[in-house]
Design a protein around this ligand. Structure first.
Ligand code: ADP
Ligand code: ASP
Ligand code: MG
Length: 450
């Protein structure tokens, strides 16, 4: 069994969906995970925002636009009149429900229900299309098997049992389902956070003990730097699980931050492929990669730095645990930590409880909050052979306003925190320093790939 995940851009319009159908048709046994058509989840998020603020008119307008978009896709996709009518009927039924819900009051459960719509409608259209063109698929409802525990996380074993109940012990044939959406432990519709279809795919890959997990997107594999911000990036053909996890966690949007562990802990390779160029090699993420040099750079925006200063910290024990307990209480993960004798600085990317956290930290010391920051992370074998590698990387950043440095936590990562507006500059600068052509010839330790 092979897991194939198609992202929003791969399903962006009727001709892309046709292309994807061709790729699915090449496999006899596959478990296909679909995102929503591109832009749909963004529109749903905006709709929820208007709904929450009581602006029903704007919310209604966005929803009508989405309904038209789906209908239009159906008209362009299906040749057969009956199938077109069926598909348009599915869209209309779903949207009739949405209009009903919008009339009822906003609450978080209704919002999460709304956010799931993109994946549900997209997958139903695609399943109908595949069956109409004689590529038989069985549509599975992801809410029947992606269920999070009380910690908000899904478990591979739970998913395995639930999929088995739907497909039998040894599933064969083609299955198609939704990424991203799930039920929470109380049975409410929820999701695995933005970009979560990658996570559904790797969880399903682990649950099914798949031979490989293919993630089909709009670019030829993971690149050495963020292609949205930097020119002259190049694809990395092979990545270790650790490198991929670091890159995903620290901002490479191509992968959901949590999607590597289900594959790595089950040693299932992930193959990133380009739907627009299916024969291009893409990137393989697997175990057993020996790295010599720096692999890639990534950045994550929307970071808040929290600094806590207290003289009571001097020679005291248990201080850090009291600080971390506050973050645990508010279920806010910490990304980067630095400490000195009398102060601790941490970064978070989720600032939804920042007010409460600040208030409680004030009981421990003086607190300073800096929002609008970014994390930039260099991934590769930082320690290998060249003792001065980290120093040279940091030296190349001397013109930037580096606010925190994390080095030594693992041998394949060095992370700095900078103001958000410096991201593009710092990524470009690192690109020429680490991967630029003069250095490729003069300074072989900096060569990453190819
Ligand atoms: P999908 O809709 O298929 O899930 P995403 O938009 O989530 O696709 O991810 C693919 C995008 O990630 C690419 O189009 C690219 O702009 C962006 N991206 C950011 N960093 C990287 C990177 N290091 N390598 C490749 N793509 C990256
Ligand atoms: N549709 C969801 C999103 O846009 C999930 C995904 O694309 O992976 O975030
Ligand atoms: Mg994505």
């Amino acid at each position: 069994m092979v897991v194939m995940k198609f992202g929003g851009t791969s399903l962006g319009n009727a001709s892309r969906i046709r292309q994807v159908a061709g790729l699915i048709g090449r496999r006899n046994d596959c478990f296909v995970v679909c995102s929503a058509m591109s832009g749909v989840t963004n529109t749903l998020v905006d709709t929820a925002g208007y709904w929450k603020s009581g602006d029903h008119e704007q919310a209604g307008q966005l929803i009508s636009g989405l309904r038209k978009h789906f209908e239009q896709t159906c008209y362009e996709l299906f040749d057969d009149e009956e199938a077109t009518t069926n598909a348009a009927g599915i869209v209309n039924d779903h949207f009739a429900n949405v209009y009903n819900r919008l009339r009822s009051g906003y609450d978080l459960n209704n919002e999460n229900w709304l956010l799931a719509l993109g994946e549900i409608v997209t997958s139903e259209i695609i399943a109908l299309y595949l069956n109409a063109i004689n590529i038989p698929v069985t549509l599975l409802n992801a809410l029947d098997f992606t269920v999070t525990g009380s910690d908000g996380e899904p478990s591979v074993e739970d998913m395995r049992q639930r999929i088995k109940a739907l497909t039998g012990e040894k599933p064969a044939g083609r299955f198609l389902t939704q990424g991203y959406i799930c039920l929470d432990h109380q049975g409410n519709v929820a999701n695995l956070k933005r970009g979560g279809s990658d996570y559904t795919a790797t969880l399903a890959g682990a649950a099914l003990q798949a031979a490989i997990i293919e993630i089909w997107t709009d670019i030829d594999g993971v690149r050495n730097n963020d292609p949205r911000l930097v020119e002259d990036t190049f694809p990395i053909r092979e990545l270790s699980f650790d490198e991929a996890a670091e890159l995903a966690y620290f901002g490479a949007k191509i992968l959901h931050p949590s999607c590597v562990w289900p594959a790595s802990s089950n040693r299932i390779p992930i193959h990133l492929k380009n739907t627009m160029e299916p024969e291009a090699p893409g990137t393989i993420i697997r175990s057993g990669i020996q790295r010599k040099g720096i692999t890639a750079v990534a950045a994550k925006e929307g970071i808040t730095v929290i600094r806590i200063r207290s003289d009571r910290m001097l020679n005291a024990y248990g201080f850090l645990s009291r600080i971390f307990a506050i973050f645990e209480k508010y279920e806010t993960p910490i990304d980067v930590v630095t400490t000195s004798e009398v102060s601790v600085s941490v970064t978070v990317d989720n600032d939804s409880h920042i007010g409460e956290i600040e208030k409680e930290l004030t009981g421990l010391g003086k607190v300073r909050i800096e929002s609008g920051q970014a994390i930039v992370c260099v991934v590769g074998d930082i320690l290998e052979q060249h003792q001065d590698r980290a120093v040279r990387i940091l030296d190349s950043l001397r013109h930037f306003n580096v606010k925190m440095i994390s080095y030594g936590g693992s041998r394949n990562n060095i992370t700095v925190v900078v103001p958000h507006e410096e991201i593009a500059g710092i990524l470009s600068s690192l690109n020429s320093f680490l991967f630029g052509s003069p250095l490729k010839t003069n300074d072989t330790w900096l060569i990453s790939q190819e």
